[in-house]
Structure formats: C-alpha cells, structure tokens
Design a protein around this ligand. Structure first.
Ligand code: NOJ
Ligand code: CA
Length: 713
C-alpha cells in the first residue's frame, strides 16, 4: 500500500465568502467548496465545464439549531491516498483507490451553540464522494436529523434514467426523460407494487443516471449507507436542483444519531464516456475495508432453483388449500390434504439436485419448503414463519443428505413477509438451523408492508435491520442475498458475505406482465452501481402461458440476450432461473451458462450507452478465459468488437451465441445461432443484435488439437 500524505492547514476567520479548491489526481475534476454568507456550498467542474452548479450543503435538526447556516470559520486539511486492495470477489482482482481529500471543519456562531460540523470530500479521477461528520462535542450529543438539505444543482434540463422515489420499493421499470418531464410522467411511472410509498411528483431514486445535452454522464448515488436513512432525490424542476430526501422512520423523523458519527457518502460519478460510469469503483472505495477475518467460506455460486415455477404460477409455495388461516404451532399440517401444486416436494427438489449435479451448478434454492405460506400474503400477520419447520412433503434431512452425496449445496430461503421483528426473534435459531443442515447461503425477502406498522423498507431502522441480519450471518459464516431490502451502497466491500441483493425490478417481473426490453441496458448504470444484483437471468421459454395457461406474460428478451446477462449483470451469485426441462430443449445455448465464470480478474467495458446497449468483456479469475456479453435495447444494432485485449501470439476458440438475423424479443425470441471460430489479438467482430437481444461469447485459449478444423473469424 502506497500512501502519500500532505497536510495543509488553513485558518480562515470571519470571511464573508471563502473558497477552497481541490482537483482530482488527473486534474480533470475540480471541486470548489465555499462558505457563502455563513452557508456551506460546493460546486463541481469537469474538464473546465460546470457539472454541478453551486449547491447548498447542510442538515436540519429537530428541536435544535440547524446545521444550515451560522458557520463563521473553518479549517481545511488536504490529504491524498493512492492504494490498491483486493476484493474477496469482484469485477476485477485488484482495485485502485486514488483520490485527493479535503476535510473542512466548520464552526458555528453563538446562536448555533458554537458547534462543529465536518464535511469530508474525496475527489477521484472519475467522480467525488462527500459526507457530513459530527465530531464528539458538548453541544451535540444525541440529535435527530429532520431533513438533509444536500443539493445537486444541475446545469440544464438533462436526460435522466429514473424510477419513482419510493420508501418501500425499487421494483419499477426505468423511465427515460428530460428532467422537466418527470412530473408529467410520474403517474405512469408508478406501476403497482405490493408495498409502495411515493412521496413527491418529482422524487426519484438513486442511483440516478443522467446525461447532459453535450454528452456528459453524471451518476448520483450514495456509498456506505449504515445507520442512516436511505437517500432519495427530490427535484425542484423550476431551477433543476435535486435535493436529498431521506426516508422517514415510523414517527416521521429521518435519522437518530449521537456524536461522534458520520453520514453515508453522497457520490457523483462523472465522465464524457458512459463506459467510465460502469468502470468506476468509487462506491466500493468509499466503504470500509473487509471486516471479516476468515473469508474462506465466502464463495461465488451458480445455482438453479425451485422458484420460476412458483413465480409463473405453474406451481405454488403453499402445501394445502385446507386452511383459510394458519397458526404456527396450532394448525396441524400432518393431516392436511396437499393441494397438488406444491413446488417444494422432496421428489421435485431431488430432480433439481440431479440436474445441478449433472451440469456443474453449485447450489439449489428451494422456496416454499417451510410452513406458513397458506395465508402469509397481504394479511399483516406478525408470526407467519418460524424458518425451521418444513412442510410434510419436504424431507429436509433426506434432501440434505442427497444434496451432500451429489456434491450440491442447498440454498436456504427466508421469506420474512416483512415481519421484521419476527425475523429478528428467530434469526439465531434460523441461522443455526441452516448450519446444522449444511446451508451456507440464504436468500431472504421482505415482501409486503413492514411490520410493526408505520415503518418503511428504507428507513434508518430498516437499514439497521438488514445490516444486523448481515453481520449476524457473518458470525455464522452465512452468505446473504436479500430481496426487497434496501439497494446496496458498496457495503459488500466491508461485509463480502453480502453476495447479492435484488432491490430492483428483477426477472420475476417478466412473469408479472413483462419488463421493458431495454431494462437490462439501464440497470448496470443504476442499480448495479451499489453492488451485485440477483437478477435471476437465463429464461429460455418466453411464453409464460406455456407454463401456466392463466398467465399471459411474455419475457421481453431473446435467448442470446439472456445469455449475455451473465456477463453484463455482474454478480458472484448467478441463477439459471428457467425450468430444467426448458434447458434440456436448448442444450447448445445452455452450455454458455454452464461455462461462464463468476469471479473476474479484470473487466473491460467495450461499448456502452444507458438505455441502448452495452458490451462487456471479462477475464475469468485465475484463467486465460474471457467471456463477452452484449445486451441491446429496443432497436437492432451492430457491435464492433476488437479483440485486442487477448494475449499477443495466442489463438483462442471463440464460441459466439448470437441472435439469428430475424430474432426479436417479441416475435422470434428463441432464434439464435452458435458459431465457433478462431480469434486472436488482431481479430475484429461485427455482430448484429436484435431488438431486446444481444450476444454472448466464450473465449478459451486453444491448442493444436482443439483448434483443428476451425476457421478464423
Ligand atoms: C419476492 C422475491 O423477489 C422472489 O424472488 C421470491 O420468490 C418471493 N418474494 C417469495 O419470497
Ligand atoms: Ca422482489
């Protein structure tokens, strides 16, 4: 680790306006901090042009003087860090953390009790992060933040890729519009969800992706959301100023803190090349280093599951239709008549274990294995699940032993039904039960209204719950994939057992009426900025009525697009979500899912435009193999790929899984072509992608024998 420290101390007393400037290591970004009439402000320039106009900083406190004005003096310190660190898993083997820092210590006047507030800025080559810090002091012990007033003043009416601001869900399709159009589009953007709480006609969620008319890409998000409320952004659409909008607790307050403490980082990633937004590691870098000493149990996983059949309505999570209401410990399931549609039967699970073992998958997820699903949904029950009692037709021990014999890991499922108190009460027992039965990973879920009533999915208390469940899981050496939890903010650097989250509109919505065909060209610029998503790709049968005649949903994607997602939607946890019998029909395409790696030496972002296309090449960790994925938006497009990332003097076998010429996400989704060719460093590929389509390529180093008979690209 190379750390360079320069210390510069400035003392500025009673200046009406005083400025402090700091540039990125490469000099392209310039951050200006100033105290203007006692109020702190910042502004950001990129290559000499403003990207964030002077924007106010500050916080309103409940029943106490605010941290908005009355600042009379400040000190500032500069620092510079250049280090590299190795993530336990990730898009690349080592990550450079290179920034210049400005720490401003602000002092308030007597009417504000002479209090001190620190603002720490870090300026990287590809963006900035800043946070408020509350040093320990006599006049600030315990305090309540009633509003955070951080502004992001835009330079114009930019294009935004946005979803409605909401305290309870991120499961929305993205809208592409001018900032000035958000208000008008909001009613149609708020599509139905089982728990949703929007707050403003111009409120949007982060990570927010923006593009200016002169081609500057700006991404707004937060890093290290710990013990604080989730930040949304509210737009003043007359002045084009976003302001932070925190998710309230049940009583309407935003955040309860005591000093010393810090807020999460507010992040602004900036570039004139969209690919740099995907390559940015700011969010991870602004999180604390790994806190788990022994990480040998944290492993990327490829899995299948007894899942899609329930999501599509082909089968059910519940076991019986006998009980209009269930009471755990009272209702006797042993005498109940099975409904004949239960998915998690021993027999079905064993079939899945066989399929996983045959095709080299690490794990099998089973949902609906535990009692309580009969009346869980929509009834606001506190005690819905105990997380340890299987249905009579699921032989937990038998399945455990069978999986072990076949070398497959079982993945646990904890639907909490958003009864958070109940989950915390059972957490130790539930995790211990997992360890006793060989489960090392859990998919948890928070469907429905948070109980106890009044709280929201993204409040400080809920954020603390997800963190508690994660840290406790680490104690038990359990990996967590939380659905419906708050969207990630790079916390997996500190707790790498957070191997994925959902926290966005995942593949399940393709069976709930469908998602926009270009959805997956937006997610890497938004949801994935904070960390990996359990997107659950790999659907080969797009006509959902074939699984369930009562479900007319259509998966808006081609098979080649589904394959590409294993590369473009980075996650150390990847599901092959479709039914084994659908893979059996397309074994040649399925081969890509079997081959694709989960952990990467490096990632190259070859082509990218949010909402339209992206192409990523990744080198599998510890090998010389590469995997390329392209996903395409609504119109067909031809990619130009240059293979100059390959090693000099080596020949590789490229297997290209592409859309057929007449493929289309709606009319001809299963039309693909596979070809095998020889490629080297000088090769170039021109490849067509269909609307809602894409391509996937595996590139394996060849030898004399394996290259025999193959043609050059
Ligand atoms: C919603 C999750 O996203 C989905 O994957 C899961 O199957 C259901 N909740 C049931 O827990
Ligand atoms: Ca979900």
């Amino acid at each position: 680790m190379k750390k360079l420290l320069t210390l510069l101390l400035l003392l500025c007393i009673n200046f009406w306006t005083y400025g402090q400037k700091i540039t990125s290591p490469n000099g392209q970004l310039e951050l200006n901090f100033s105290l203007n009439d006692g109020k702190p402000e910042y502004a950001l320039d990129f290559k000499g042009k403003a990207v964030i106009l002077p924007s106010k900083l500050g916080l309103k406190l409940k029943d106490k003087p605010d941290f908005i004005d009355g600042f009379v003096t400040y000190n500032s310190e500069d620092d510079q860090v250049d280090e590299t660190w190795e993530p336990i898993w990730g898009e690349e083997k080592s990550i450079r953390n290179h920034y210049k820092e400005l720490l401003v210590t602000l002092h308030q006047d007597a009417t504000h009790q002479h209090r001190t507030l620190n603002i720490r800025f870090r300026v990287f080559d590809d963006g900035i992060g800043f946070r408020y810090e509350f040093p320990s002091q006599e006049n600030l012990a315990h305090f309540i933040i009633s509003e955070e007033k951080t502004q992001f003043a835009m330079t114009g009416d930019h294009t935004a890729f946005w979803i409605p601001g909401d305290y309870d869900t991120q499961e929305y399709d993205y809208m592409e519009s001018k900032l000035s159009e958000i208000r008008g589009l909001m009613p149609q953007a708020i599509t139905a969800n089982v728990s949703q709480t929007s707050f403003s006609p111009t409120g949007v969620q982060t990570s927010l992706m923006l593009k200016t008319d002169d081609g500057i890409y700006i991404n707004l998000h937060e890093a290290a959301l710990i013990d604080y409320a989730t930040m949304h952004l509210n737009l003043d659409d007359e002045n084009m100023i976003f302001e932070s909008w925190l998710t309230p607790n049940a009583n309407g307050d935003k955040v309860y803190l005591q000093s010393p403490s810090v807020t999460p980082w507010r992040t602004i990633i900036v570039s004139d090349d969209a690919r740099d937004i995907l390559a940015s590691r700011i969010t991870l870098n602004l999180n604390e280093p790994n806190k788990i000493e022994d990480t040998s149990w944290i492993r990327p996983m490829k899995y299948i599951g007894v899942w899609w059949e329930m999501i599509t309505g082909k089968s059910k999570w519940s076991y019986t239709d006998d009980f209009p209401a269930v009471q755990l410990g009272v209702t006797d399931f042993s005498k109940a008549k099975p409904n004949g549609k239960h998915g998690a039967t021993t027999e079905n699970v064993k079939k899945h274990i066989d399929f996983a073992a045959e095709h080299g998958f690490d794990g099998v997820l089973v949902e609906g294995w535990n009692i309580g699903w009969e009346d869980w949904f929509g009834n606001a029950k506190d005690y819905v699940f105990d997380f340890v009692t299987p249905y009579p037709d699921f032989d937990l021990e038998g399945v455990r032993d069978y999986a072990k014999e076949k070398g497959v890991e079982m993945i646990m499922h904890h639907e909490t039904s958003s009864s958070v108190r109940n989950y915390e009460r059972h957490l130790d027992i539930a995790y211990q039960f997992m360890k006793d039965n060989g489960y090392n990973a859990v998919k948890s879920g928070y469907v429905g209204t948070i109980l106890p009533f009044g709280d929201n999915h993204y409040s400080q208390w809920q954020v603390n719950h997800y963190q508690y469940a994660l840290e406790k899981a680490a104690e038990y050496q359990i990996m967590v994939n939380a659905h419906e939890a708050v969207r990630p903010t790079g916390i997996s650097r500190t707790y790498p057992n957070l191997i994925a989250n959902e926290s966005a509109r995942g593949t399940e919505y393709q069976a709930f009426g469908g998602s926009k065909p270009n959805h997956v060209t937006v997610l890497p610029f938004t949801r994935l900025i904070g960390g990996p998503m359990d997107y659950t790709p790999g659907i080969f049968e797009m006509d959902i009525s074939k699984l369930n005649p009562d479900n007319n949903s259509w998966v808006n994607s081609t098979i080649a697009n589904q394959l590409a997602l294993y590369v473009t939607m980075y996650s150390p946890l990847q599901m092959a979500a479709d039914l084994p019998e659908h893979y059996e029909k397309f074994m040649d395409a399925f081969q890509f899912i079997k081959d694709v790696a989960l952990d990467w030496e490096k990632s190259l972002y070859l082509e990218a435009e949010p909402g339209y296309y992206l192409t990523i090449a990744r080198k599998a960790k510890g090998t010389n193999n590469w995997f390329v994925g392209n996903v395409n938006g609504n119109k067909s497009r031809t990619s130009s790929i240059n293979f100059d990332f390959l090693d000099e003097g080596k020949s590789y076998i490229a297997t290209i899984y592409a859309d057929a010429k007449d493929a289309h996400y709606r009319n001809n989704a299963q039309a693909y072509e596979i070809r095998k060719v020889i490629v080297n460093k000088k090769s170039k590929l021109s490849q067509l992608s269909a609307p809602g389509g894409g391509f996937a390529i595996s590139i394996i180093e060849g030898n004399k024998e394996s290259l025999k008979g193959l043609k050059k690209l």
